[in-house]
Design a protein around this ligand. Sequence first.
Ligand code: C2E
Ligand code: MG
Ligand code: MG
Length: 409
Amino acid sequence: MGDKTLVVIDDDDLVGQLVVEAAQQVGFSASAVQDFEALKLVVDASEPDVMVLDLVLPNVDGIQVLRFLADRGCKAKIWLLSGFDPKVVQTAERLGVSLGLTIVGALNKPVSVTTLKDELRKHLRESGDFTVHDLEQAITDDHLFVHYQPKVRLAGDRTGDSGGDLLTLTVDDAPYEVMGFEALARWRNPHGAMVSPVKFIPVAEHSRMIEPLTQSVFRQVIEALAHWKSRGVRLNVAVNISPSTLADLDLPDRLAEKAYAVGVSPDQMILEITENSAVTEDPHFMDVLSRFRLKGFGLSLDDFGTGFSSLIQIYRMPFTELKIDRSFVSEMDQNDEAFTIVRSIIDLGHNLGMRVCAEGVETLSAANRLIELGCDYAQGFYFSRPVGLPDIMRRIGTASALDGTRRIS
Ligand code: C2E
Ligand code: MG
Ligand code: MG
């Protein structure tokens, strides 16, 4: 995950720099060393993902270097670099493999930058991974998209807070009102593989790309809400917000203005903040959360039950909803303790005047037990996986002919 590192060892500084530049252009974090001592330091201090080794170095030969790496249990993918006759390189390659190293190939000097870049890109593709650079590029080019997972109403007045026409979802012959969706960021890396947000969100957070990412998700959500509105469907969408974004004091104003600009009301949006991050008494945090509420946004405490919030902290924060972490919900069928935790969170939320949503509902029996416990909303694969916008639009569109009730299944 994240930034891949590459180290090149070559006594010729020019070759080292050439490899470093090629690697950086592909998205590696790359560095060059010129002798064996420096290489030892690098290998002992970090575990490079990829190494490019010159087989001929002053005072040491490539074979000794390979032995050293094998002794250190080096897991890097290694390219050998040599101006020698290919046979010598092949022998070194075979020896490296027999020592347990991952020798992926040999590059002949003079090194072709194009070949090197192609090889490195191939490496990234095969590992199904990405670099910070890939992610930054995708965010800048607005290539991230959003999937929507329906959130259904389990209890209460069916005409509830969604206002307009009802959108229903039928599972095992039972209709459920869709009160809204959770927006989940999706990304296909440059090699075509889907990358989980569990992997790329932390990287975006650390590389300061989370703000443009959040803006992009937000813009797409507002456009979707405006589009649904034009079809006579008023729904809510929940957007996940990273804690670092909440340090931005102008955020509530900017997001509200964007929503109003396309005729969407902030009360159609719920901001989800994970419990671990949310429960801090930082005055900025409270300031931003309170102003979000004042502007009409809903606030949901996500993954509830996994953090360390105290009752007094939850009581002080202006949350409108608790989302029970899916680790409890998915276990509640088989595990009495998990069931008790789910029941207690529902009671706690209700006693503090909040709505409660269970996430990770995968079975009919979990859905039924949540209904018995009076849980307000549920989300999970049992009802629907997260789906793309065209899918939802198609379902809304084809369903509009049905008896005033729009069905999405
Ligand atoms: P989350 O906010 O708790 O989102 C719920 C996650 O549970 C989603 O994973 C969803 O696909 C998954 N899920 C829903 N129902 C079920 C189920 O029945 N069974 C199982 N096993 N899983 C289910 P996803 O889409 O991989 O997202 C993971 C996390 O990434 C999210 O957890 C959220 O914390 C973060 N994330 C996603 N999109 C964004 C975003 O736009 N911004 C930020 N800051 N974080 C995001
Ligand atoms: Mg969430
Ligand atoms: Mg969650």
